[in-house]
Ligand binder design. Structure first.
Ligand SMILES: Nc1ncnc2c1ncn2[C@@H]1O[C@H](COP(=O)(O)OP(=O)(O)OP(=O)(O)O)[C@@H](O)[C@H]1O
Ligand SMILES: [Mg+2]
Length: 320
């Protein structure tokens, strides 16, 4: 029953979002239920050496070390094996954790139980799992197949941790890239409004006032008077300036596409709608949406935009 509990705990953790450190620690904790060890460690292969990822029952200095295979024949044997290795009582090879067992510093010098399992992913050795017990008979009743199953799952845990780490790194990189790009755009487009006339001063005050609010702003005026400049200035001074500003030039948008572009659509809403699509309103949620040349849209669509603004709710085309 304990054996099953351990397997279930490890299997459940496989898909959990955990830090690598927690993941490995939980693996060793679960292992203790089925395998009565005094010390256990999970190590990763790095070239000709093993580096500890987690340990239980060992002094802290066990973690900081790098274990060269040529200096640690027991580890070398485990790495060279295709199945779990249980070191016999007669085995006189030194235990790599000698002197580091918390329960009894000198226990590993004497006869003790020592078990090692190579961990492979897709046929490639990625690490080992080792356990030591002061009682020389502690691991006697462990079926080899069971240890192999544990080993397979420990290897899978390592793979999950590596995948998550790679994804996190990538996401962080993309996030930084995006925020850098945004700053760049700010700089490029961040031209100040020039002018000292009363009208311009008044305009600046109004921009400052509305920028602090969550209101929807309509900017109108003749061509070339600086409407876009005002729109970007409002955005820069708003509390949403750290979130993206999405720009959509409505003049370049044929009526047939406008609705789907603005509000998105669900799969099958019309011919050609082969998958769900997020509209600009939804994409800019929490940020700012700049609809340039909105007057070029048909009155029907302008009315729909007004409704969305009023309700604060978007319905994708074909979702009713
Ligand atoms: N007060 C101002 N200070 C600095 N630059 C200005 C000012 N007013 C207009 N401009 C410049 O004039 C050009 C036109 O401005 P903008 O594109 O904002 O106008 P618009 O009102 O959006 O015009 P359109 O209706 O043709 O799109 C831009 O290069 C802008 O930087
Ligand atoms: Mg303009």
């Amino acid at each position: 029953m304990d054996k099953l509990t351990t397997l279930t705990a490890i299997a459940t953790d496989l898909t959990a979002v955990l830090s690598a450190e927690d993941r490995y620690q939980r693996l060793l904790d679960a292992l203790r239920i089925a395998i009565p060890y005094d010390a256990a460690a999970l190590l990763r292969v790095e070239g000709e050496a093993l580096v500890p990822l987690a340990a239980n029952g060992l002094t802290p200095d066990a973690m900081g070390r790098k274990y060269l295979l040529k200096h640690h024949p027991r580890f070398d044997i485990i790495c060279g094996s295709s199945e779990p290795v249980s070191f016999s009582r007669e085995n006189t090879l030194p235990d790599p954790f000698d002197g580091m067992l918390i329960a009894d510093k000198n226990a590993l010098k004497r006869i003790h139980a020592c078990l090692g399992c190579p961990l492979s992913i897709g046929g490639k050795l990625v690490g080992i799992l080792v356990a030591d017990a002061i009682d020389p008979n502690a691991f006697n009743k462990l079926p080899k197949k069971y240890v192999m199953a544990i080993g397979a799952m420990a290897g899978a845990q390592m793979q999950t941790a590596d995948l998550l780490e790679a994804l996190e790194k990538k996401a962080e990189h993309q996030g930084r890239l995006a925020s850098d790009l945004m700053q760049d755009i700010h700089l490029q487009r961040g031209r100040e409004i020039i002018g000292r006339s009363m009208v311009i001063k008044q305009l600046r005050r109004e921009i400052e006032l509305v920028a602090k609010s969550d209101f929807t702003i309509l900017i109108y005026g003749e061509t070339g008077v600086g409407k876009e400049l005002v729109a970007r200035s409002i955005y820069r001074q708003s509390r949403r300036s750290s979130k993206p500003l999405l720009y959509l030039n409505c003049a370049s948008l044929p009526d047939s596409l406008a609705e789907s572009e603005l509000f998105g659509h669900v799969k099958g809403a019309f011919t050609g709608a082969v998958s769900d699509r997020t509209g600009k309103f939804e994409l800019s949620d929490g940020g700012t949406l700049f609809l340039d040349e909105i007057g070029e849209l048909s009155l029907e669509i302008q009315a729909k935009i007004l409704r969305v603004i009023q309700e604060g709710e978007v319905q994708r085309v074909g979702s009713e």
